[in-house]
Design a protein around this ligand. Sequence first.
Ligand code: HEC
Ligand code: HEC
Ligand code: HEC
Ligand code: HEC
Ligand code: HEC
Length: 481
Amino acid sequence: MRFLLLFTAALRLAAQSPFLPAEDCSHCHAKLGQFGQFPLWSGSMMAHAGKDPFWKAKVNFEGDTTPRARAAIEDKCLRCHAPMQQYPLQAKGERLPMAALNEAGAEGVSCTVCHKIAATGLGKPASFTGGFKINTENEIYGPHAKPFPMPMMHHTENFPKEGKHILDAALCGTCHTVITPTLNAAGETVGSFVEQAPFLEWKASDFAKSGITCQRCHVPTLKDTAGKETDHYIAHMPHGDGRTFPPTSPRKPFGQHTFLGGNAQMLRVMGVETAGKTEEFLRGAVALELDGRVANGRLELAVDVQNRTGHKLPTGFPSRRMWLHVRVIDSNSAVVFESGAWDKTTGEWTGASVRQPHWNRITKPSQVAAYESAMKEPDGSPTVSLMRANGYWKDNRILPLGFVRNEAIAPVGVGGDGDFLAGSDRVHYSVPASGPVKVTVEVLYQSVTPSHVEGLDPAFLQKLAPHRAPVVMHHAERVIR
Ligand code: HEC
Ligand code: HEC
Ligand code: HEC
Ligand code: HEC
Ligand code: HEC
């Protein structure tokens, strides 16, 4: 009787939504040493996509900026951040207002979202901007052949099935390609805007050519100490101590559900403990080379900044920026030149305007080498509104290796800089100096650039206040003669 009740309850739920809470999966996908999919995923930004206070504040900001289009904007913003709740409504032709966001939506990009995406249409423009399709066959796709299906059938009414497209970068590209309409003050569409394009950037790079997918860096396979791929059980019996089902054996490759990126700042705001691991991951994103000499009373310094990621650096949301903090110190320990200094409390630059063009040659402290995508409205004026923007007045984010020019994601404002190449940028510093000097270069990363959050919900700004400082990605020091 109890089974029958549960069964009909499950059927009823399935009729409303193809998704299941991650909690349901945690019964058999958590106790796998330190590699359980559930605990790892729980520490990711994607698990927080529908709770993220920055996102919430920004959705309200966009609605306030263009009130005539509020309902359409909110529904759009919920599509990728709260797909568990928005997708079932979307499929019925209904909209989800922000005020109706509930617990299901707050679960963000959960297990059954990724694992139920169908293979059809992946990589095609219709799949972008959250255009993924969820299969209606109650199938849960994974990379392995012949999964032992009984436990999942009994507990979730869903069937594990081999679906190699879970390993396709285009699966990630459905949400990691954000192309939105440009609205005017009346809420009318006047253009379109490529807001985020890690997938398109990746496609234009050497990483796509050599088959190094998003998954390979963001869902890293388990390796032994010698760096060889190693196997692991992928599921265990529900409850209990994590014993495995007798018919199963360890599988290879095993993808770790870490999904690390660059947003240590927001993880700290939300008190999620993966912030430290994210900072570590960020430090692997950049490499630096310094070269210089002092002659005729000037220091001539060249700084090479190299991108080690599979897309632009920074990539993703336009509030990200990376910059160089360069100091020149003379033999009396006096700082004779400094560019890119910042205030610990506000997180903003000191002694330099926030609107920095791209520089190839820096001679003044008011000039900062800052890599960012800065938005503009159709009339050319700078904006931080995602829905009003139609492009960038500057996009000098460092290109990935092998980048082949593509108009939709071409850099902006770097014209004439012959050192801005696929994979790296070289900045030249020329400042008065005599004798040997010590040069220090820090590469700093900020996911929440202060100018992007001005005017957002004060409650969010209060939470952000202790976490405004940038992350130090790299530190180099050299005595130059
Ligand atoms: C097509 C999918 C998609 C849609 C639609 C979408 N977003 Fe996002 N959003 C993302 C992804 C992916 C990221 C993470 C990118 C990154 O980390 O760089 C993100 C990140 C953000 C962030 C940064 C969060 C943080 O913690 O730093 C904000 C704010 C945000 N989105 C606001 C919005 C708003 C407002 C809308 C509606 C106008 C919207 N998003 C619609 C996919 C989407
Ligand atoms: C953002 C998309 C995404 C989300 C969310 C996600 N997965 Fe996965 N999952 C993947 C990818 C990609 C692979 C393939 C990893 C590989 O082999 O490279 C995978 C593989 C797996 C596997 C096979 C074994 C392994 O770890 O490689 C299991 C089991 C699994 N996921 C369960 C889950 C569960 C349970 C959740 C929720 C707690 C979850 N996944 C959330 C993308 C996702
Ligand atoms: C009662 C236990 C149980 C529950 C609950 C459960 N799984 Fe599984 N899962 C398994 C077993 C057993 C396998 C197969 C292991 C094998 O064959 O090596 C598996 C395999 C998988 C695979 C790999 C399929 C493949 O072919 O690569 C994925 C993905 C997966 N589960 C996701 C989920 C998701 C998502 C949920 C929650 C909706 C979930 N599981 C709930 C036990 C469970
Ligand atoms: C259903 C939409 C969706 C899919 C599919 C998806 N993502 Fe995401 N992803 C998001 C959203 C939304 C965010 C941003 C959450 C936020 O910042 O609030 C995000 C954030 C991220 C981040 C940023 C973490 C950080 O610290 O900033 C990484 C990395 C990431 N996703 C990787 C992947 C990979 C790899 C895949 C494919 C296996 C994938 N995503 C598939 C929606 C998606
Ligand atoms: C060669 C390794 C590599 C590949 C391939 C790769 N990434 Fe990344 N990715 C990184 C590193 C390292 C970072 C951290 C630096 C940063 O935030 O830009 C990162 C950051 C991110 C972020 C977070 C940006 C933020 O604002 O916090 C997202 C989202 C992301 N990647 C998505 C993707 C997607 C989608 C793909 C595939 C289309 C992909 N990545 C391919 C290495 C890689």
